[in-house]
Design a protein around this ligand. Structure first.
Ligand code: UDP
Length: 238
């Protein structure tokens, strides 16, 4: 079922996806549905790294906009990503999928620190590795964290599961004529400021030739379809 060219992928989910139909926080039932999709993908033999954002709980920029110190607010955002990682770990383990959470901000009582060789071993043993706290530094996002982990773990693709079914030449919410790209190159994404991931994440993927597959994770079964090279998606590549 899975795309034979993918042996190992990094799946990035924005924190918003975990809200389900809620306005804030974590919808456990929806997280359980997401976990089922991840389990099904793993059962095809794929090695899966996961990165989950924190926007459903806290974004540093939002805190800074209200007068908080940006770095302080970003650390709060990083902590939010750890909460999401733990929620996903719980959901996956309830389905019998072994997982390990590795955080870029050390939290010994809660999860492992990021150790690449150890993460490799987990993947070899068939575990899903969830990388939390982005790159572990303020002024970054989990998109950059996802690109970094995809590069260091040698992933064949970065799958960006979001609320939109691909990359458009303009905002489909405001422009009914907006066209979705099947494929688009990194430099066009950067030059036209297309909404894929932040620029540093796109540049890191470009420099390491990691294709970015943008698709909607909200529709059931979509992850499996995308992995099979079917379904609606946009691939950002050279
Ligand atoms: N964050 C950070 N450094 C990182 C990753 C995340 O400072 O390497 C903070 C930042 O404040 C960000 C928040 O964590 O707004 C949540 O991450 P993100 O906005 O990427 O989540 P998403 O939009 O994917 O839900």
């Amino acid at each position: 079922m899975s795309n034979p060219s993918y042996k190992r992928v990094l799946l990035k989910l924005s924190g918003e996806v975990l809200m389900g139909e809620q306005q804030f926080g974590i919808d456990s039932e929806f997280v359980a549905e997401l976990a089922k999709e991840v389990k099904a993908a793993k059962e095809t033999g794929l090695e899966i790294c996961l990165v989950i954002g924190g926007g459903n709980i806290f974004r540093g920029m939002a805190g800074a906009a209200k007068g908080m110190d940006r770095a302080q607010a970003d650390y709060m955002g990083m902590l939010a990503t750890v909460m999401n990682a733990l929620a996903m770990q719980n959901a996956l383990e309830q389905l019998g999928v072994e997982t390990r959470v590795q955080s870029a901000v050390q939290m010994d009582q809660v999860c492992e620190p990021v150790i690449r060789r150890r993460a490799e071993r987990h993947l070899e043993k068939g575990r899903v590795v969830i990388f939390a706290a982005g790159v572990g530094a303020p002024y970054f996002t989990t998109d950059s964290g996802a690109a970094l982990r995809a590069a260091e773990m040698g992933c064949d693709a970065l799958l960006k599961g979001t609320s939109v079914d691909g990359v458009y030449d303009s905002d489909p919410k405001t422009n009914p004529e907006a066209k979705r790209y099947q494929t688009v190159d990194y430099d066009t994404v950067l030059a036209d400021n297309l909404k894929v991931m932040d620029a540093s994440a796109v540049a890191l993927c470009r420099d390491n030739s990691i294709p970015i597959v943008v698709f909607s994770i909200r529709e059931k079964g979509n992850l499996a379809q995308v992995l099979a090279g079917e379904g609606t998606q946009t691939i950002v590549q050279k």
